[in-house]
Design a protein around this ligand. Sequence first.
Ligand SMILES: O=C(O)c1ccccc1NCC(=O)[C@H](O)[C@H](O)COP(=O)(O)O
Length: 223
Amino acid sequence: MDVKVCGITTYEELQALPGLGVRYAGFIFYPPSPRQAQRFGLQPEAVRRFREPLYKVGVFVNASYAHIRQTVDEWGLDAVQLHGHESPWECEQLLPHVDVIKAFRFVENDHVLWTIKDYFSCTDLLLLDTGVPLPRAERDAALASGATARRFSWNRLRGLDIPKPFILSGGIGPGDADYVRQFARESVAGNLAAVDLCSRFERVPGLKDAALVRRFLAALREQ
Ligand SMILES: O=C(O)c1ccccc1NCC(=O)[C@H](O)[C@H](O)COP(=O)(O)O
């Protein structure tokens, strides 16, 4: 199982990832987020020229096709993670140009398979995240502040057959390595590609704590 660290905002954070054994780096292109990629001066050329083995993922929320394509080229991204209400058609438009990850934020009573099924043929990966249980307009406003740090209710995935590689996300914290390892042994995890670490691995909003990531990875890989 690989690890994705989401919300990289400095070159130092980026450089540290391959040495930590992290496979996916997430860069957020959503201005209201406290972990917006350029917030602390990270430059597109530096990321584009960074050649270490790392899969660079740009996170977008309801952005236009033109903006996404331009950002992919500017930053040298390998994949886009679409974290808003993007349709299967929008995913399909991007697929010839860049790998596509569709993110879903589930709230209680959402039907997981029903929600994701139309995206199987137009994505490379899915990301299962936590939503905020509010009416749609209020929910969007709440999500504008970014990651929710609420744990995705993994119980709801138990017994499901998810026929697409997926990233498990949503409030995963430094103390969750055992919980993740347990999940990885369940039948639903047959296509588990990676786990996503974000706001609970920060010193302050937008700046990651490498020591927390290192300790989590060591615990995750313990036999
Ligand atoms: O992290 C953000 O600020 C953010 C803002 C808008 C859209 C997506 C965002 N994050 C994307 C991720 O993939 C996060 O890692 C994911 O939401 C889980 O975050 P957390 O709840 O902090 O574990």
